[in-house]
Design a protein around this ligand. Sequence first.
Ligand code: ATP
Ligand code: MG
Length: 362
Amino acid sequence: MGKIILTGDRPTGRLHLGHYVGSLKNRVKLQNSGEYDEIYLMIADVQALTDNFANPKKVRDNVMECVLFYLACGIDPDKTNILIQSEVPALTELTCYYMNLVTIARLYRNPTVKSEVNLRGFGESIPSGFLNYPVSQAADITAFDATTVPVGEDQMPMIEQTKEIVHSFNRIYGETLVDPDIYLPEEGFARRLPGIDGKAKMSKSLDNCIYLDATDEEIKKKVMQMYTDPNHVRVEDPGKVEGNVVFTYLDVFCKDEDFQKYLPEYKNLDELKAHYQKGGLGDVKIKKFLTNVLCDVIRPIREKKLELMNNLDYVYDVVKKGTAKANEKANATLRRAKANMGIDYFESETFLKEVKENMQKN
Ligand code: ATP
Ligand code: MG
């Protein structure tokens, strides 16, 4: 079997820089590498409903937003199938069978789920669908026979859970499912980009994001609010670059060319860091530089998205076609899984014969 990619996003808001460096950028790179036989990019509306069940409008409103961002970032529908999760019923069916292979204690132990449960204030009242979403994610990954899952670091526990399910399923029912591998960004900080407030993760739910369609003005405002070094009060004070969000973002986003273009008195980031650490370099100067760098990253995405918004019939067609392809693939996996589990009654050529033989024996 070839190399296959599956990834996705929850349609719970606009996409942000964390999505871009954590996953989207790698998806585009891998898509264009020509090394993958099939690529599936899923808008995870079923998963989004596990904690937004009372607010379905939010989910509905963000589905096409996701497609627009994908296309604006360079996803090519001729190479990547964009699909809507709830429109592929085989995923739900597989989830149901996988649930037997996972204990509730195991689901409670998932560190990403644990921190999301705290963040959402569920307390003891966790919806069972939410606790179970890693199992549903295992269904998504395996339905497409994915070998490679390009995601951020927060998804590591999900891939581990998927591997456990794959191993159990194959052990009990025979070799059926493909064992997937996570594909993380090379740069450490991109694996979990912090929010502008310095919190561990930029996330829609934490309201600490810079969105991929932000205007130059909005970008500037967000950068000016950024957390730096609280002890760096006066320009001449020595400053810390560790844990300083401006430097973390520069680590991820700025290139040497940006210095020639916007800050020619420094050759590269190492020089800028050294000056900051020594003292004599103010926050406003580094923030202005970062604003320029981020504006250059976001501007082409924002402009492409605006252009696509004038062609929504085309965008709708893209996701409809991608979903049709996804159904073919996922249905084939479901048939294979059910056959190996022995619950393929009407498709099996031997089922009725077996029944007759058994009845005669008794
Ligand atoms: P929500 O708050 O609704 O969970 P989110 O901002 O966490 O939204 P998701 O849709 O859950 O976004 O994540 C989609 C993909 O983007 C995943 O692969 C995830 O690892 C990646 N991702 C999200 N935020 C970041 C981040 N701050 N740094 C790196 N990767 C990220
Ligand atoms: Mg998330």
